[in-house]
Design a protein around this ligand. Sequence first.
Ligand SMILES: Nc1ncnc2c1ncn2[C@@H]1O[C@H](COP(=O)(O)OP(=O)(O)OP(=O)(O)O)[C@@H](O)[C@H]1O
Length: 215
Amino acid sequence: MLTVRNFRKEYHNRLVLAISQADFPPGIHWLKGRNGSGKTTFFRSVAGLLPFDGSLVLAGKYDIRQQPVAYRLRVNYGEAEPLYPPFLTAWELIRWVATTKQAPNPQIDELIDLFGIRDFIKTPIGTYSSGMLKKTSLVLAFLGKPSLILLDEPLITLDHATTKTVIDRIRQSREQGISFLLSSHQDVDASELPVDSVWVVQNQTLEPITQAAGL
Ligand SMILES: Nc1ncnc2c1ncn2[C@@H]1O[C@H](COP(=O)(O)OP(=O)(O)OP(=O)(O)O)[C@@H](O)[C@H]1O
């Protein structure tokens, strides 16, 4: 599903990640790693938000450099700590992202209700709590018809009910053919969220630590 080759990312000539080869088959893949190990850097690179050296190819045919629009149309990203222009409302942001991701109107409404953001959707984002921001970012992460969704710490700041909603939605989306790369410092019950592989970001690289189903 995602092929990584000769990936290399530096900040100001300081190497953060070097991955000679990594192959993520269709499924749910868990990335672990200590604070500052490079998980967000990897997610932001895969999302097409950061420059890097090397190649990323989705589904064997969408190369991030050769087919940048087709690739980005199929890769969605939910940030760990989303930062949006404070003067925009969630509704304005969702409309804009939905257009770029070619999301149909019924899907927009369904996600707004699923993550429970309708009550504050027309209020400026600058007034949101961290949980309200996170829910907004999750609506954005599921818009369109992605093949791959990157979720960086999808469960932080969420209440218990919304945590369950997120886990259920990931599982259902997986059944519909969407793959996931997730990072979380929180453990998740393997019976609720079947994980196909677990990877660790350490020593400036990314390595698989298990291919077993479940954590
Ligand atoms: N814009 C940047 N400029 C310079 N260095 C950066 C930048 N962003 C991240 N780094 C550095 O890259 C390294 C990896 O950071 P990253 O945010 O990817 O880690 P992480 O694994 O997501 O951490 P956490 O679990 O705390 O979220 C850290 O040493 C960090 O200081």
